[in-house]
Design a protein around this ligand. Structure first.
Ligand code: NI
Length: 169
């Protein structure tokens, strides 16, 4: 099932999500739906709050379907190590048509549980490192625009409010 993506303005995006506690069939189905919804929206990462489900769960596939091994499920993820810095444009499916440069760690290690509830650690660089941080932020109720200057963030918020008023958001 493809879920519609929740957009900025919906409070679910800005509150910390609840831990995943049941590693069952329902979770497996939800993860399958999240991958489907992410691909349909042309994204490389998706957090459960973005489909209106306040759970600490995210999916990532920076290969965008080209490499089955690149599919990652992160339940209850925590960033445990950040090395170096990278600066590059970042966007979010919940804030469509905006992209801004964001500084992130260059090499990032995440600790999370898989669909079976087993803990694992994964280290990624560049885009994968960025995805680990972006998606983990989502689960803490934090959007990438919170990493921008107040000036830039307010400008984006103002543009979004205009789009909302015009019924285009
Ligand atoms: Ni996002």
């Amino acid at each position: 099932m493809i879920y519609p993506i929740v957009k900025y303005g919906n409070p679910v995006l800005e509150k910390p999500a609840e831990p995943v506690t049941n590693f069952d069939e329902d979770l497996a189905k939800l993860v399958e739906d999240m991958f489907e919804s992410m691909y349909a929206a042309h994204g490389v990462g998706l957090a459960a709050p973005q489909i209106g489900i306040s759970r600490r769960l995210a999916v990532i596939d920076i290969s965008f379907r080209k490499d089955a091994k690149a599919k990652l499920v992160l339940a209850n993820p925590q960033i445990v190590k950040v090395e170096g810095k990278q600066r590059g444009d970042e966007g979010c499916l919940s804030i469509p048509d905006f992209r801004e440069p964001v500084t992130r760690g260059q090499k990032v290690t995440v600790r999370a549980q898989n669909l079976q509830g087993e803990w694992f650690e994964e280290t990624g660089e560049e885009l994968l490192a960025r995805a680990f941080q972006h998606e983990t932020d989502h689960l803490n109720g934090k959007l990438y625009i919170s990493h921008l200057s107040a000036l830039k963030r307010d400008l984006i918020k103002r543009k979004i409010r205009k789009l909302m008023k015009a019924g285009e958001w």
